[in-house]
Design a protein around this ligand. Structure first.
Ligand SMILES: [Zn+2]
Length: 327
């Protein structure tokens, strides 16, 4: 019988586990709050064509999809239901109207069309529309409008489609991300400082790197090319390429112990998507995830590494004279 794998410190375990969940969302949003990446995805109708070929070729989301159509788009179509049907869509089955503005609500009152609020993430959706309209004081009857997927048991209609990953992919990512933790220059000593015994460190590291290797998740060249590790095999921040310290996973703990941390926002490590998440791609996948400085992650987010570096170059160039003067 296999012996039980020694545990990594809870703070780190939690951090790795959470990479398999979507970002937070509050009640005013249509998204679910921190759920698995294989949950039902929401696809805006305007982006649906990016996924039609995939779906036609047999790809399926593990918990299905719901297309969100704005009432303006829907009522602008001469024969909306026929048009949708030709694309494999049907209100109440795999599509809903999504009311986001008061104008839409007043102009296309769901009652006039006998539409009811959707409540199920699986077909049939038990309704044809969802509404999330914020309150306004500028007019009478300006109260917030929330309809559909607003009960305790069914809060939020689904997740952002570009956050999607299958259960298997999510698990592969978690394994690879832990392997990358172990490739940090000071992983062994930091993990020991945070509660693991020396023998446990050796054992856990060996097993994780071994499993990642066997699963095809430890191709060094691919990790280097993706800016996740450097040519010495050490974990780096994907933007600034600095070798990172595993202590960056334990900032909270260091704070509690009153140790010196020169700048939390700079040393703290976060999940880093190399190719940014965007419509038409599934970028929560192995070889696209690393650990980077919180600060670098914030700067890179949404625009990607290449355009961030270009932007930085232009900032430096414009500041060249000033920087020379200060030398
Ligand atoms: Zn960095």
């Amino acid at each position: 019988m296999a012996t039980r794998l020694p545990k990594i410190p809870q703070l780190l375990a939690r951090k790795i586990y959470k990479t398999g969940q979507t970002r937070g969302a509050d009640d005013d949003e249509i998204f679910q709050n921190r759920v698995g990446r294989n949950s039902t995805v929401l696809i805006p109708y305007s982006q649906f064509q990016l996924y039609t070929e995939l779906i036609e070729n047999g790809f399926s989301f593990e918990n299905g999809f719901i297309v969100l159509i704005s009432p303006d788009e829907y009522f602008d179509m001469p024969n909306p239901d026929t048009s949708l049907k030709s694309q494999g869509l049907e209100l109440g089955i795999n599509a809903v109207l999504f009311y986001e503005t008061r104008h839409q609500w007043n102009e296309y009152d769901p009652d006039d069309h006998s539409f009811t609020p959707a409540q199920s993430r699986f077909a049939p959706l038990k309704g044809q529309f969802v509404a999330r309209v914020s309150a306004t004081t500028a007019q009478e009857n300006g109260a917030k409008i929330v309809a559909g997927f607003n009960t305790t048991t069914s809060k939020g209609a689904g997740i952002r489609v570009y956050e999607y990953a299958s259960n298997e992919t999510t698990n592969d990512c978690r394994l690879q991300l832990e392997a990358i933790v172990w490739l940090c220059k000071d992983a062994d000593e930091v993990l020991e400082q945070n509660g693991m015994l020396a023998g446990e460190v050796v054992e856990r590291k060996r097993v994780i790197l071994d499993n990642a290797s066997k699963g095809g998740l430890l191709d060094k060249q691919r990790l280097i090319d993706a800016r996740i590790i450097n040519e010495h095999g050490k974990t780096v921040c994907p933007l600034c390429l600095e070798e990172v310290s595993a202590a960056g996973f334990f900032n909270r703990m260091e704070q509690a112990l009153g140790r010196e941390v020169h700048d939390l926002t700079i040393t703290q490590l976060n999940l880093f998507h190399i190719e940014e998440l965007r419509f038409g791609e599934f970028n929560h996948r192995p070889y696209n995830l690393g650990w980077g400085h919180h600060h670098c992650n914030v700067v890179t987010k949404d625009s990607g590494i290449d355009s961030t570096l270009e932007w930085m170059r232009s900032v430096i160039q414009r500041n060249d004279t000033l920087l020379d003067q200060s030398d």
